[in-house]
Design a protein around this ligand. Structure first.
Ligand SMILES: [Zn+2]
Ligand SMILES: [Zn+2]
Length: 266
């Protein structure tokens, strides 16, 4: 089964626009994908209202319609919630909608600034990463989601000057994150967005995937994190290859928020 369980349409504020859900499903079918998750952004913050989605209600309505109309491909109705632990409105939103899958992401720090927009040349990167792990752990403890997204997001964006970010010096913190992931039953996401960045590879780093497996991790998710029509399915085969290499034989698909194991294929 070729799966891509993380992608954005024009409803996401940072995605190519216009880009309808219908367009996206058509592109996925053309790309040979079997199961897809439509997972547009909806981010929550401490000091302001939710953002990053042009119309969250219409977004889920369109995804639902695409699921019902889909032929030759399975469409899952999902959402990528940023900072589900930052605002009780996030839980209300998730509870108030019929969803197949919820991706839990940490995009913004407690100052409500996206990790992407921090000025790494002028801040203490070690302290930043410690706080990042604290936040991921808080989010995991809070719960309310199914897939733990791109835990290596800071690695994509922190590189500057001679500083090359790595989690290798933070494996004790990474292990805490993986332990909580396993204990709560989240699927650890293999996310292909890093292919387009300086790392030129999918995440998380393979040693982290080995560690997750060694610790007893059984659930993984796979997603391109596509924000344009021409990138659907990009990197999902690399993700599958990494997962197989680490000993996983299945990918976890959430249907109606219930996990089901689907065979992994290269
Ligand atoms: Zn994300
Ligand atoms: Zn995303």
């Amino acid at each position: 089964m070729q799966v891509d369980l993380h992608m954005h349409t024009g409803y996401s504020a940072d995605a190519a626009y216009p880009q309808t859900v219908e367009d996206k499903v058509r592109a996925c079918r053309a790309a040979g994908l079997d199961i897809i998750g439509i997972t547009d952004h909806l981010d929550f913050y401490r000091t302001r209202g939710p953002a990053e989605n042009r119309d969250a209600e219409a977004c889920l309505r369109d995804a639902r319609a695409a699921k019902d109309a889909a032929e030759g491909i399975e469409v899952l109705v999902g959402i990528e919630i940023g900072q589900i632990h930052a605002d009780p409105a996030a839980d209300d939103f998730v509870r108030g909608h019929e969803l197949d899958m919820v991706i839990g992401s940490l995009h913004a720090m407690p100052n409500d600034l996206d990790i992407y927009f921090h000025d790494y040349e002028h801040l203490d990167c070690d302290a930043f990463l410690q706080e990042y792990f604290d936040q991921v752990l808080q989010m995991e403890a809070h719960g309310g989601f199914d897939v733990l997204a791109h835990i290596d997001y800071p690695l994509r964006v922190m590189k500057h000057g001679d500083y090359v970010p790595s989690f290798d010096q933070y494996m004790d913190r990474v292990e805490q994150v993986l332990r909580a992931c396993i204990d709560h039953g989240y699927a650890l996401e293999l996310n292909a967005a890093g292919l387009a960045g300086w790392q030129k590879r999918v995440g998380p780093p393979q040693n982290i995937l080995y560690e997750y497996r060694r610790m007893g991790g059984e659930r993984i998710s796979i997603g391109s994190d596509s924000h344009t029509l021409d990138t659907v399915g990009r990197g999902v085969r690399d993700c599958a290859a990494n997962a197989l290499d680490a000993g996983f034989t299945t990918v976890t698909v959430f249907r109606g928020r219930r996990p089901e194991q689907v065979p992994l294929t290269k």
